[in-house]
Design a protein around this ligand. Structure first.
Ligand code: HEM
Length: 360
């Protein structure tokens, strides 16, 4: 792409806005049922009849500390790590001390938690939940440390919020949960924790799933159905190829100088429709091109002065719809998306022919 300030402004502002509009419309309209692009494979979650008891560190602490066949049985196949000769060597019946001690006590657990958080933040499948300026990373890390310390027999006292209260309304899916726990398993493996001890930690976490997961089949939201952020990025890349080829609208996109920011803001816009990203509340670190000092712009501001016609808008929307089709997003989702965009997003973006926005 060529680079010019004009293009940068245009891209950074107009594309994300267009996409956001689409998505916002979709969100306002509601998404019909699903064909999942990315997943929907494992549904091994045990359903808890009434969800009456919330998982608390106190409750889990009593259950844990040592790995037993009973607690190991609670770990899901997805979260259980493969035993390697290295870890097997350490996971012997001769293992001594409490689980807390074998994890390396305070320093060992802090290291694992730090490594785990880095992995989570780097994983675009789930980092949308965390990369918002509303999330206090230090608090999260500290709470997790206390939680694991207490649950494994350490002196820490968990004084943060309960799991149900903390995660309520986030729409966390089974696959989000599995991915997150998988990162903890990987951090424990890298720290050379014995397999039996990893299983014991996983067994502490597994019962919390019922209080954390709200979307057991990974299909309640457009965000999950489209394939979470990686799926959104696939669609956006297809979209970019289309608009750059189309000379009737390519000038709006061709001069973007900060493509990282453009893609970040566009992806966050789509993710914001009914997913975990909070558009405009970018964190200080962790997102390319956008942060709390330069947050993604509100749609109306972003399109101001660009002179976008209704025809331009319709053309760009058409490319987005075609990209969704190409990415094999379900037709019902595409229909809701494209229907919603007309009328809701249109007036904020279109400068010439705004009166046509009301027409279906
Ligand atoms: C067994 C798995 C999990 C454990 C043990 C866990 C634990 C915790 C803890 C201790 C906190 C801090 C509570 C507080 O601030 O008082 C927290 C917050 C949070 N968790 Fe989880 N969590 C788990 C799964 C997940 C998953 C799967 C996601 C999303 C993919 C997630 C997203 C979040 C977010 C975004 C926050 C911050 C909320 C805020 O500050 O507004 N958690 N979690």
């Amino acid at each position: 792409m060529t680079k010019s300030p004009f293009f940068q402004t245009l891209l950074a502002k107009s594309i994300p806005l267009v996409a956001a509009l689409f998505l916002v419309s979709l969100w306002a309209t509601g998404c019909p049922a699903p064909t999942n692009n990315e997943q929907a494979t494992e549904t091994t979650t045990e359903k808890v009849a009434d969800g009456s008891t919330e998982s608390t560190p106190e409750a889990t602490a009593e259950k844990q500390v040592e790995a037993t066949p009973e607690t190991q049985a609670e770990a899901t196949p997805e979260t259980q790590a493969e035993a390697t000769p290295e870890t097997q060597a350490e996971a012997t019946p001769e293992a001594t001390g409490s689980l807390y001690q074998r994890l390396g006590e305070e320093a060992g657990i802090q290291k694992v938690v730090g490594d785990f958080v880095n992995r989570v933040v780097a994983d675009s499948k789930i980092n949308g939940y965390f990369l918002n300026s509303t999330v206090d990373g230090q608090r999260f890390t500290g709470c997790l440390f206390k939680q694991i310390g207490q649950a494994t027999g350490g002196p820490q006292k968990y004084d943060c919020k309960g799991m149900k209260e903390t995660h309520q309304g986030m729409g966390i899916s089974k696959q989000d949960f599995t991915d997150l726990v998988g990162h903890l398993v990987d951090s424990l493996k890298d720290a050379k924790v014995a397999q039996a001890d990893i299983d014991a930690v996983v067994a502490v976490l597994a019962p919390m799933e019922k209080d954390i997961v709200e979307d057991a089949d990974n299909n309640k939201t457009f965000y999950q159905r489209v394939g979470r952020r990686p799926g959104i990025e696939v669609v956006l890349n297809l979209f970019l190829v289309r608009v750059v080829k189309d000379t009737t609208v390519s000038t709006f996109f061709a001069n973007v100088t900060n493509s990282d920011r453009f893609l970040t803001c566009f992806a966050r816009l789509v993710c914001n429709v009914d997913g975990p990203c909070q558009y405009g509340k970018e964190p200080a670190l962790g997102e390319k091109g956008a942060d709390d000092k330069k947050p993604c712009l509100p749609m109306a501001d972003a399109h101001k002065g660009l002179g976008i016609s209704h025809q331009d808008f319709t053309t760009v929307v058409g490319h987005l719809v075609d990209s969704l089709k190409e990415a094999k997003v379900a037709q019902a989702d595409i229909d809701a998306f494209s229907k919603g965009v007309v009328g809701t997003v249109c007036p904020d973006i279109v400068a010439v022919g705004k009166d046509q926005c009301a027409k279906p």
